[in-house]
Design a protein around this ligand. Structure first.
Ligand code: GCW
Length: 716
């Protein structure tokens, strides 16, 4: 009897051990063993690896194949140079193999990072060919093939041709040189203030590079846009170079955020005026220093005259003067300037209109290696904003999208919020700049206005946490940003599905409900935080919990929630229509007419554009007050549903990640209720209307809510 119990316990422990081991460190590159039938298909179609070129990027691609095979089929592929067996062939168009395989036509029009994946039969043999005009194309094709294998695609008759939609696909790390990360919720910076030997860090950096390359990201800005001028000193430039060396085999370039006052602060000059000869000379000298040790350095990212950062306006110059000066210095090296348009001046009557009014008049003034980096919405990465009217309005200058992967306003790394749906909303939005179909995607990918330079940026959510992103599901946002930067036409559902399968399991009983949760998750956050077009209701400094009542002596009015919600006894919402700030006029027709007219304005943006009475009738006949309350309650209901769904899925994934997510969902539910009760009870002090009777009563009371002190430490 005793020995039976012992056996039972041992078996249980073994089972538990089997599912306990995952930390999330491997991201979506786990390469879980294929099931038997797929393994059989794999080993019968791919017996060897043929890769006869020796460039570092090709080596990285071949290395990835071998790592993957160790997981997928339990063994590496024999690397051979001839075609005597069925093979996976990695090849660039420069190789004689291309002619031998009769593929010259297939590769002749491929752009630098494009690739084909094609199965061909030659003399009874089966070859899976990944070919690119450059090594980078082969690398991306390799990762695509590995994704196809993991997500169940057949290996027969493969015929894929892919080209990236954006040329520069860049992560922006808001990492400070002291190792902290601005708006980072996954621990300290992976780049700065590290004490470990570089060789040890290198392994982690290679994994970072692999993850990026696997989704097509080809650039990384390694320091915060609120830039410390010290980054341009010798020691930091050398560190950039060391990191660049590790990332290069994965086709990733490094970029630097610079402080516009560097000539004064570092160079000891009297001025940083961009038209001053000495200033220009100083930048030339710095840039030469950088390119000497980083020959493929990408360029600069600049936050200027924004939130207190220095910039050309300090010297009576324009954004174009500042950007062009740097662009001309970088031009001989093929470097670019990403110049941010995140500006808003105190005193402007509507912050949402500021960037447009400062930048659109300069549309023709920028050099061709400047690209204007614009946040998706006109204010600031809120859970829902309309697209920024600068998209479509700036036509001569290249314009790039900036998304925020880190969840500054969507619950940090505590809340499950899959952001692809939010990004797609912007990408697919029609600006009508050149008639129907002038989507934000096309206005930024170079096709609508014939730009050769195109780019997209995502503010990284990566830190030193073992699983990289704090919340396991936040990895999906890194993944999705990359996938969309490669192809903005992919659907959020497809991206989620791929990610879940690679990250957890391919079992449809797990995949389907989890994808469903992900697809509903961002709207849930919108509903329990800022429904119907409300925005900026969070605590003014930490940006986490609700503080619609927040007032701070001496703070800029446009940093405080009341500026945005404008709740009073007569109603709620910011009037940006023609009767108010008229920022709506910055959009093209018919968008502006649609938004301007209260009855055609999409209800999910209603209070962004209109100030309306509490009894205003919504399309469904509800009063605005009731609808607002229902939305807040819906948001909470959704998170409860996410919790239930997840609980049901215990056993499908390893215990550690299961319980980590379970715990976070518990916190998320608690915080969703916090948001709901705070906003509903606070707005009720103005509306003076009851909460519909069938809804549960708030759990907190308002005074209690005002006392909740947000503890940053819980969220890092
Ligand atoms: O959303 C705000 C953030 C700041 C950030 C700024 C920006 C890097 O609260 O932390 O600064 O945007 O995008 O520049």
């Amino acid at each position: 009897m005793k020995s039976n119990v012992f056996l039972f316990v041992t078996v249980l422990l073994l089972l538990a051990f089997d599912t306990v081991a995952e930390t999330g460190e491997k991201l979506w590159l786990r390469y879980a063993t294929l099931d038997d039938s797929r393994k059989t298909e794999f080993v019968s179609t791919i017996e060897t690896l043929v890769m006869n070129e020796s460039g570092p990027v090709m080596m990285a691609a071949a290395d990835e194949v071998q790592r993957a095979c160790e997981g997928l089929i339990g063994t590496r592929l024999p690397k051979v140079s001839d075609l005597t067996k069925n093979a996976l062939i990695l090849v660039t168009s420069k190789s004689p193999l291309i002619n031998k395989l009769n593929l010259a036509d297939d590769v002749k029009d491929l752009g630098r990072e494009s690739y084909i994946i094609k199965t061909i039969q030659v003399k009874g043999r089966h070859y899976m060919v990944v070919a690119g005009s450059s090594e980078a194309g082969v690398l991306y094709g390799t990762f695509e093939l590995l994704r196809m294998i993991q997500t169940g695609a057949s290996l027969k008759d493969v015929n894929v041709v892919e080209a990236p939609k954006y040329q520069l696909r860049v992560l922006n790390h808001w990492d400070n040189l002291d190792g902290t990360v601005e708006r980072g919720y996954a621990g300290y910076s992976i780049w700065w203030n590290r004490t470990e030997p570089f060789d040890q860090l290198k392994r982690k950096y290679i994994d970072y590079a692999r993850a990026n390359a696997s989704v097509g990201i080809n650039g990384a800005v390694l320091n915060n846009v609120n830039a410390n001028p010290q980054v341009l000193t010798d020691g930091y430039i050398r560190q950039f170079a060391r990191i660049a060396d590790v990332l290069r085999p994965y086709n990733i370039k490094v970029y630097m955020s610079i402080n516009f006052s560097s000539p004064v602060i570092l160079g000891g000059l009297q001025t940083s005026d961009p038209l001053n000869e000495k200033v220009i000379e100083w930048w030339k000298m710095k840039v030469a220093e950088i390119y000497k040790i980083i020959p493929d350095f990408g360029g600069f990212l600049v936050k200027a005259n924004s939130e207190g950062q220095p910039g050309p306006q300090d010297f009576g110059r324009t954004h174009a003067d500042g950007a062009n000066m740097l662009a001309r210095v970088l031009k001989p090296y093929e470097g670019v300037v990403m110049w941010r348009a995140f500006v808003y001046a105190a005193g402007h009557d509507d912050r949402a209109g500021q960037a447009y009014s400062e930048f659109v008049p300069l549309d023709s003034a920028f050099d061709d290696n400047v690209i204007i980096q614009v946040k998706n919405g006109p204010i600031d990465f809120q859970p829902r904003e309309p697209f920024s009217p600068m998209f479509g309005a700036m036509q001569n200058a290249s314009v790039m999208l900036e998304f925020q992967i880190t969840q500054e306003y969507l619950g940090f790394s505590t809340h499950l919020a899959y952001l692809s749906t939010m990004w797609k909303e912007t990408l697919d939005a029609d600006t009508y700049a050149k008639g129907t179909g002038s989507t934000v995607a096309k206005a930024t990918d170079g096709t609508l206005f014939n730009h050769t330079l195109s780019a997209i940026a995502g503010v990284s959510n990566i830190g030193r946490d073992v699983n990289w992103t704090g919340h396991h599901f936040a990895q999906a946002n890194w993944y999705a940003f990359g996938r969309l930067s490669w192809n903005h036409q992919l659907s959020s559902d497809q991206i989620a599905r791929e990610w879940v399968i690679q990250t957890f399991t391919e079992d449809p009983d797990f995949v389907d409900p989890v994808v469903e949760v992900m697809m509903r998750s961002r709207e849930a956050v919108v509903n329990y935080m800022t429904p119907l077009g409300l925005h900026h209701l969070m605590g003014w400094n930490h940006h986490h919990g609700p503080e619609p009542w927040c007032t701070v002596e001496g703070a800029r009015p446009d940093w405080l929630p009341s500026y945005y919600h404008r709740a009073s006894e007569d109603g709620i919402g910011f009037d940006r229509s023609s009767t108010g700030s008229n920022s709506v006029n910055q959009y093209f027709s018919p968008v502006k007419d649609l938004y301007n007219n209260v009855s055609t304005c999409p209800e999910n943006l209603l209070l962004w554009f209109h100030h309306l009475p509490w009894d205003y009738r919504m399309h469904n006949g509800q009063t605005l007050w009731n609808e607002l309350v229902y939305k807040y309650y819906d948001g909470v209901g959704e998170v409860r549903y996410f919790q239930k769904e997840w609980d049901r899925l215990e056993g499908y994934v390893d215990h550690q990640r299961f319980s980590d997510v379970q715990y976070k969902l518990k916190l998320q539910t608690r915080e969703a209720i916090w948001w709901r009760d705070a906003c509903v009870l606070y707005f009720q002090t103005f509306s003076k209307r009851p909460i519909p009777a069938e809804l549960e009563r708030p759990i907190y009371d308002l005074e209690e809510l005002k006392e909740i002190k947000f503890e940053m430490t819980n969220h890092n």
